[in-house]
Design a protein around this ligand. Structure first.
Ligand SMILES: *[C@@H]1O[C@H](CO)[C@@H](O)[C@H](O)[C@H]1NC(C)=O
Length: 367
């Protein structure tokens, strides 16, 4: 077979590592077809050489090697024992997650045997850089995860101090925020405390270390969820381990009387928890307010435009979110943003409420 013929096989139609369609590079060390971005991680002395399918000459031996390996066999070998909690990145994920996935698979070969996973630990301690109050300020903090305590805590210098923050595994969430933080290894960790969502932002200069923390927290969340919901199938628990905001960005909003001047706020839409959180600054530790979004059957409705006679401030593309308590009025910067927000909000109101949703209902702390 020629390389072109190999690429036509369904098993080689997507990048072996992130799933992007139409891979254009081949790894001569592991014999897989990958996309341009993932090929950059493969091109590394510890994993091996890569060749461009369209530009590089491939001799008979290499083609033979690719034929006898390929994406399906590589997956069977290198992904034989990926733990269910391990986050397998897609093409949409930030670079650090993809890079560490590739290194974990081929360089450290973490998933070739069923040995105890390095992420399933009772205890982990380490120093992470945590965003401080001042702009651009990051401070060294000691982070401690304890499985038996069901808790992630952090301390200033001395572990004997009282912890500066406690994140119970029960409500903990973690997601990479490379763009919002303008840091390649930037991670947001949140938990719900007294009905409000607390966020901290951390990073580590080593990509391996920050992704390890992320998967240690995921392993702990997964084991908590399995205990808490023993009758729920694993496949339904996996999306609840940690989740990304569905959409984030600026909108303007008015207040409860709808006569208040529209003010620009940063919004995070948490579809999993059915919450729209808003902030003065995107990196604030707590939201200024939160709107719980129920289902249509419960009287929650999203419509395009502003109520008649109402004008926005700078922005005019309006959205009205009706809840049984009150209407929330927002304006978006342009019609593309308005369309995306409408779609994301309607996806939630169209989804019937489950028992999980009512358990996590946010108190109405909006202003
Ligand atoms: C979540 O979203 C951010 C920003 O859009 C992205 O960089 C990241 O890779 C996503 N996934 C995870 C698992 O954090």
């Amino acid at each position: 077979m020629s390389v072109q013929e190999l690429l036509l096989l369904p098993e080689n139609s997507r990048c072996a590592d992130c799933g992007q369609a139409e891979p254009v590079w081949a790894s001569c060390a592991v014999g897989v077809f990958v996309c341009l971005e993932c090929s950059g991680v493969h091109r590394n002395p510890k994993i091996g050489k890569v060749k461009s399918i369209h530009l590089d000459y491939m001799d008979h031996d290499i083609v033979q090697f690719l034929q006898s390996h390929g994406n399906r066999r590589a997956r069977e070998e290198y992904e034989a024992f990926v733990p269910p909690f391990y986050y397998k990145p897609t093409e949409k994920d930030c670079k650090v997650l993809r890079e560490q996935w590739i290194r974990a698979k081929y360089e450290r070969q973490e998933f070739r045997s069923g040995a105890e996973s390095r992420y399933t630990v009772d205890f982990k301690e380490g120093v992470l850089l945590k965003k401080g109050k001042k702009k651009g300020q990051f401070l060294e903090r000691i982070f401690i995860f304890s499985e038996s305590g069901g808790l992630l805590t952090y301390y200033t210098k001395d572990r004997l101090d009282r912890p500066k923050g406690k994140f119970p595994i029960e409500t903990l969430n973690a997601m990479f925020q490379c763009e919002k933080l303008e840091l390649e290894h930037g991670l947001e960790i949140t938990c719900v405390q007294g009905g409000r969502t607390r966020s901290i932002y951390v990073y580590h200069k080593s990509g391996e270390e920050i992704v390890t923390w992320y998967n240690v927290l995921r392993a702990a969340r997964f084991s908590y969820l399995k205990n808490a919901f023993p009758d729920t199938p694993e496949a339904e628990l996996i999306p609840k381990i940690t989740h990304n905001y569905t959409k984030s960005g600026y909108m303007e909003k008015t207040g409860p009387t709808q006569k208040e001047r529209f003010k620009k706020r940063w919004f995070n839409l948490d579809s999993e928890e059915r919450k729209l959180l808003y902030y003065k600054d995107p990196l604030d530790p707590y939201e200024q307010g939160a709107v719980f979004i129920g289902s249509e059957e419960e009287g929650h409705q999203v419509t395009e435009g502003l109520p008649s006679g109402m004008k926005g401030n700078k922005w005019t593309a309006g959205i009205t979110l009706r809840t049984p308590q009150r209407d929330f009025i927002f304006t978006c910067q342009n019609s593309a943003e308005q369309r995306d927000w409408l779609q994301a909000l309607r996806d939630i109101t169209a989804r019937p409420m489950s028992t999980h949703d009512t358990g996590g209902r946010a108190p109405e702390n909006n202003s």
